[in-house]
Design a protein around this ligand. Structure first.
Ligand code: NAG
Ligand code: NAG
Ligand code: NAG
Ligand code: ZN
Ligand code: ZN
Length: 345
């Protein structure tokens, strides 16, 4: 919730339920770029972005039972919620109307939340997850946003059944993790992408079964009515009718991307064969822990490029051009203090 300067932590009392985390890694999510550029017109500067946080517990409040000093932990997209509504009581804090995102929001105590591009963060234990020993903290960091974002809809829309055919639309930070979870669940996975150049690694490195170039009419036609579901990770306005045509009768398309303009949906493309178009936003804390434990069991991690803190501005420029395979992760533990020292000198 708060990102105190390392040297000030001795003077800030840790709340009874709070966990003080020394941040070691933080992924760079595309929404960090939108936020710092104020694309969503809600920026509160100074802003500390970052919601794919991994690190070690430094200190715990006196009522904390889930964690102790030295534990490997993670923090994702939210750090608080009302903790008392129907959604919260069912474990879907992500659906709480009082959700407090990890950065750029006013928390219940009136302070603005600061995210993971920082040496420390203090978070209520409910919003901290245990990081499995077998997942490296850097390769696992993106699971805290990208991982849960694709895992939750796969679970709740029944798109996690062995033998089913899953389409993954868009092969970026979210899409490449969706491919890995799909394969871990024993599904047939087809990537639909606008970049023919990604075919080889989709098939060979990520283990997808097939690859369709969205603009290739022949390839699209050949795959008509073959998919049980599609996880749509694309945040651009692209024609929906041909994509819905890839679904079998009763098929489901789940939106996790956020196109800026309203989408055009020809009703017939849904109505004729009872298709579902749905949306999904991250996931609850219980599901986030479950996702991490499953990722550990199936060796699912993100493909990342680890960078130093001094490289963040360049990384943002590259991210804007989609020039990353598939997530930047900042090595906070080894580079942030050094980069800060250089800028203040
Ligand atoms: C912590 O535990 C004490 C004793 O059980 C209790 O009085 C106090 O209200 C708790 N604090 C919070 C923030 O729940
Ligand atoms: C139509 O789709 C819904 C949602 O997937 C499903 O529950 C229902 O059984 C489908 N109806 C028929 C007649 O198959
Ligand atoms: C887990 O996956 C990584 C690549 O993502 C690979 O290098 C490693 O060998 C795998 N480990 C196991 C036990 O399969
Ligand atoms: Zn994110
Ligand atoms: Zn709530």
């Amino acid at each position: 919730r708060r990102s105190p300067d390392m040297h000030l932590t001795n003077h800030i009392s840790t709340g009874d339920d709070d966990v003080v985390i020394k941040i070691l890694y933080c992924g760079i999510c595309h929404s960090d770029l939108h936020s710092i550029k104020n694309d969503w017109k809600n920026a509160k500067y100074p802003m500390v972005p970052g919601h794919e946080i991994t690190g070690e517990v430094n200190e715990v409040g006196k009522n904390v039972t889930k964690f102790k000093t030295g534990d490997r932990v993670g923090v994702g997209c939210m750090v608080n919620s009302c903790q008392s509504c129907e959604s919260c009581n069912k474990g879907f804090e992500n659906l709480c109307l009082g959700i407090i995102p990890t950065y750029n929001l006013v928390d219940l105590d009136g302070t603005i939340t600061y995210g993971g591009y920082s040496s420390m963060v203090v978070v209520h234990e409910r919003f901290v997850v245990r990081f499995p020993d077998t997942i490296p903290l850097e390769k696992g960091a993106p699971l805290l946003c990208a991982g849960i974002t694709v895992y939750s809809p796969m679970k709740y829309h029944g798109l996690n059944i062995p033998g089913m055919h899953l389409g993954v639309l868009g092969l970026g930070g979210l899409g490449h993790v969706a491919v890995k979870f799909g394969k871990a669940f024993g599904m047939k996975v087809t990537v639909i992408s606008s970049s023919p150049g990604k075919k080889q690694e989709a098939l060979e490195r990520l283990g997808a079964d097939a690859f369709i170039v969205g603009k290739n009419d022949e390839e699209m036609k050949a795959a008509m009515s073959t998919m049980d579901g599609i996880i749509n990770t694309v945040s651009a306005n692209i024609p929906m009718a041909p994509l819905l045509g890839l679904l079998k009768p009763n098929g489901k398309m789940i939106m996790v991307g956020l196109p800026e303009k309203p989408m055009e949906i020809p009703p017939f493309a849904l109505v004729a064969t009872n298709k579902t178009l749905a949306g999904s936003l991250i996931g609850g804390m219980r599901d986030t822990q479950e996702m991490l434990d499953l990722a550990a069991k199936h060796n699912v991690t993100a493909d990342i490029e680890v960078i130093g803190a001094e490289y963040v501005n360049t990384a943002m420029e590259r991210l804007a051009k989609a020039d990353v395979r598939y997530r930047f992760v900042i090595d906070i533990g080894n580079t942030l203090d050094k980069a800060a020292a250089t800028t203040t000198e």
